[in-house]
Ligand binder design. Structure first.
Ligand SMILES: *Cc1c(COP(=O)(O)O)cnc(C)c1O
Length: 451
């Protein structure tokens, strides 16, 4: 088979179903708990917050395949399939015998994988007669995707953006506003939660925790308004499996099968999206290789490599259900690294169970190493990666270098979760030598877990 640089699928090969790994897992994730009663959560418990179909998907442990609604699949066609690319430039720059492939999710209109879940979330809200949707965003990748998805379905979107990002990263705010979303810096005086925080701490700069609290409150107190989330939850990873289902077919076109699958890790949605369809081959007994799955997280927010598996809240304020997950404690405040999408204290429940069962691995990457990797990749492949994606690239380079030492021709597949064209101020600082690594002592982690 002649080696191509890029592999694309025909329209009819775009997946018709998402893959629900929960149905295949031998050890199922433990149930999320209702924070008030400590009883296992039912879909009904979640109905006041999320669209009903999303609540059912969240807790579905029986259906392996969930049909992608036609209207969603039609919108996927605007930008899918995304290319699978053989990173020949990177292979050459590293002098490695490894074959490196990446799935390029940066080609979506919003520049990242987040749109894959924003579209179905907005769709299900629209279907059940919801008129307004709300969410939180940090650097703005999720907020931008949700604002666009809302505009596609004629929904009104209200986004709470972490105040410091609202002020420091004006471009994604402009993107959200271009799509007609109302963007409010959080904490704000528009909610009870925001008022409480601001009267207690008048110059609060905001965090994902404050923004989640405000968005959830808005959804619960506004008729016809639902909350949406861009990562962590199982239904978000479910939607993201379009990435891996496409990659599976594209790797076949390339005549190869991955020895190693790698993605960066914030809450787990782009990792699960790429990895779960390949893990499926293991459950089916059809995997031709003992593939390793590696999640790459920032060293400054190491929930998978140094956190603890336990029940914890998904937000700082403690409003969400209790989730069984690897966590650094819900009061953990990550250092202000530029990979904003990876600054989250916990991991999704599916990935947490898989890691506990040693069916996947995790590595942590320092900030400087991530930008060195991103810069090398940019020069070799002509694409500037998002600071988050740089972590996956750094982990890929490590594995490719091991292959160079041993002479093994391993096949490595990683996810390029987004481009970094709106994050150039971070690259500026890296190139000027102004970025630093943040180290966490065991003591810091112990203290945060104790609270
Ligand atoms: C949000 C984001 C991530 C992290 O989120 P996951 O749910 O872990 O995938 C990674 N890369 C990019 C570009 C993002 O926007």
């Amino acid at each position: 088979m002649s080696q191509k640089k890029r592999y694309l699928l025909d329209e009819e090969q775009i997946p018709r179903y998402w893959y629900n790994i929960q149905a295949d897992m031998t050890t199922k994730p433990m149930p999320p708990l209702n924070p008030a009663t400590h009883q296992p959560l039912t879909p009904e418990d979640l109905y006041p917050i999320f669209a009903k179909e999303l609540c059912r998907q969240e807790l579905n442990q029986t259906d392996r395949w969930i049909e992608i609604p036609d209207a969603v699949r039609e919108m996927y066609k605007y930008y899918r399939s995304t290319p699978l690319v053989r990173a020949t430039g990177l292979e050459k720059a590293l002098g490695t015998p490894a074959h490196i492939y990446f799935k390029n999710e940066s080609v979506s209109p919003m520049g990242s994988h987040k749109l894959n879940s924003a579209i179905p979330q907005a769709y299900y809200c629209k279907e059940e007669g919801v008129t307004n949707i709300t969410t939180e965003t940090g650097a703005g990748q999720w907020g931008a995707s949700l604002a666009y998805a809302a505009s596609l379905f004629g929904l009104e979107a209200a986004v709470y953006q972490v105040k410091i990002s609202y002020e420091q990263k004006p471009y994604r705010r402009s993107i959200m506003q271009t799509f007609g979303a109302q963007v409010t810096p959080s904490p704000s005086m528009s909610t009870r939660a925001g008022k409480d925080i601001l009267t207690a701490h008048p110059h609060h700069q905001g965090s994902l925790g404050t923004a989640i609290s405000e968005a959830v409150e808005l959804a619960m107190t506004t008729p016809n308004c639902k909350y949406t989330l861009g990562s962590v939850l199982s239904h978000v990873s479910l939607h993201q499996t379009v990435i891996g289902l496409e990659a599976e077919k594209q790797m076949e076109m390339a005549g190869e099968y991955p020895d190693i699958v790698i993605a960066c890790f914030g809450g787990g949605s782009n990792f699960g999206g790429l990895a779960f369809p390949f893990m499926r081959h293991r459950y089916e007994g059809t995997a031709p290789k003992a593939t390793r799955f590696i999640a790459a997280e920032p060293a400054s927010c190491p929930k998978l490599t140094r956190g603890e598996f336990r029940y914890d809240f998904g937000d700082e304020a403690g409003l969400t259900p209790l989730l069984p997950m690897f966590t650094l404690g819900h009061n953990f405040t990550p250092a202000n690294i530029h990979a904003g999408g990876l600054r989250y204290h916990g991991a999704g429940v599916i990935v947490s169970q898989l890691l506990k069962d040693k069916l996947m691995e995790a590595v942590d990457i320092d900030q400087l190493e991530s930008f060195a990797a991103g810069t090398l990749f940019a020069r070799a492949e002509g694409i500037i990666p998002a600071p988050e994606s740089c972590h996956a690239i750094a982990a890929t380079i490590k594995e490719a270098q091991k292959c160079k030492e041993t002479g093994e021709k391993k096949v490595i597949l990683f996810n390029l979760s987004g481009h970094g064209l709106i994050d150039m101020s971070a690259y500026d600082q890296y190139l000027a030598g102004n970025l630093v690594n943040y180290t966490l002592s065991d003591d810091d982690i112990r203290k945060s877990l104790k609270d």
